[in-house]
Design a binder for this molecule. Structure first.
Ligand SMILES: Nc1ncnc2c1ncn2[C@@H]1O[C@H](COP(=O)(O)OP(=O)(O)OP(=O)(O)O)[C@@H](O)[C@H]1O
Ligand SMILES: [Mg+2]
Length: 254
C-alpha cells in the first residue's frame, strides 16, 4: 500500500445484536484514504448493519470505532456526518420534490442574513457537479424526481466531495442502473477516490465489484471472513467465497 493511503476509519471488535439475533460479530477492519473498498456478502450477511454502525444510524452492542486514530461514538447519522462520514442509502438520500440545488445543500445551506444564498448555491452546485463529470444536466433548478438513477448518485457523491467528507459509503449505488449509467457512477466514485476519500460500496454484482474496487472485504454470516486486494481476482473464486465461506486452506485476514 502506498503512503498516500492513510488509515481514516477503523472498527475494532464491533458486534451488533438485535435481541436474540446477532447481525454482525467481532468485526475488525480499517479503511483508507484514496481507496475504494467493495463490501460483498450474501443476503443477511450483515453488510448494511455494518455500514449503519459506521455511519451513525445504529450503535454497536460492543466494540469501538476510531476516526483518524481517535476513539469516537456516533449518536446519529448527523454526528457521523459532522465527523466526516457521509452515507448514501439507495432510496433515502434525496428529497424527490426538491430541486437539484436544494438537495445538494440539504442541511448545509449557506446563508446571507436570514435567507439562503441561492445564487451562491446554484453556482457551487453547478460547478461541483460539472467537475465530477455530470455534464449534461439541464438545470440545477429541476426537481430530483425527474433525474435518472445515475444523476442522483452524482448529486450524492458530488455533495460528499464538496463538503469535504473523508469517508463516503454507498449502499448498492448501481443496482437500479443501466450499464452505461453504472460506468458513469464508477467515474464519480473514482473522482471521489482521487480527491482522497475512502469510498465504501456495497454491491451484489461480482463483475462490478471487480471492475471498481481496489480492495474487497467479504461478509459471511455476520463475520468478516476475508480482506483481499483486488489484483486480478477471478469472478468465480469470489462467488465461491460468498456462498461457502473461506476454503480451509485460506487464511483469514483482518
Ligand atoms: N433492525 C433489525 N432488527 C432485527 N434484526 C435485524 C435488524 N436489522 C438487521 N437484522 C438482521 O441482521 C442480519 C443482517 O442483516 P443486514 O441487513 O445487515 O444484511 P445485509 O448483508 O445487508 O443483507 P442484504 O444483502 O439482503 O441487504 C439479518 O439476519 C437481519 O435479519
Ligand atoms: Mg443490505
Amino acid at each position: 500500500m502506498s503512503e498516500t493511503h492513510r488509515e481514516i476509519l477503523r472498527a475494532e471488535h464491533v458486534t451488533k445484536r438485535f435481541g436474540p439475533v446477532t447481525a454482525i460479530e467481532d468485526i475488525t477492519v480499517s479503511f483508507y484514504t484514496h481507496q475504494i473498498t467493495g463490501i460483498v456478502g450474501d443476503n443477511g450477511a450483515g453488510k448494511s448493519t455494518f455500514v449503519k454502525i459506521i455511519s451513525g444510524v445504529e450503535q454497536p452492542t460492543s466494540g469501538q470505532l476510531f476516526f483518524e486514530g481517535r476513539a469516537v461514538k456516533f449518536r446519529s447519522a448527523r454526528d457521523a456526518r459532522r465527523t466526516g462520514i457521509e452515507a448514501v442509502h439507495q432510496d433515502l438520500g434525496l428529497v424527490e420534490s426538491m430541486s437539484v440545488v436544494r438537495n445538494f445543500f440539504l442541511g448545509m445551506e449557506p446563508c446571507r442574513g436570514l435567507l439562503m444564498d441561492m445564487r451562491r448555491m446554484r453556482e457551487e452546485a453547478e460547478r461541483r457537479l460539472y467537475e465530477i463529470g455530470l455534464r449534461n444536466l439541464k438545470s440545477v433548478d429541476q426537481d430530483v424526481a425527474r433525474l435518472s438513477g445515475g444523476e442522483r448518485q452524482a448529486i450524492s457523491i458530488g455533495r460528499a466531495i464538496a463538503f469535504e467528507r473523508k469517508v463516503l459509503i454507498l449502499d448498492e449505488p448501481t443496482s437500479a442502473l443501466s450499464v452505461k449509467e453504472t460506468q458513469k457512477v464508477f467515474d464519480y466514485m473514482r473522482n471521489a477516490r482521487q480527491q482522497g476519500l475512502a469510498v465504501l460500496a456495497i454491491m451484489h454484482s461480482m463483475r462490478q465489484i471487480l471492475d471498481i474496487a481496489d480492495r474487497i472485504v467479504i461478509f459471511w454470516h455476520g463475520r468478516l471472513i476475508a480482506d483481499l486486494p483486488n489484483d486480478g481476482m477471478d469472478e468465480n473464486v469470489l462467488a465461491e467465497y460468498l456462498h461457502n465461506g473461506l476454503p480451509e486452506s485460506a487464511t483469514i485476514a483482518t
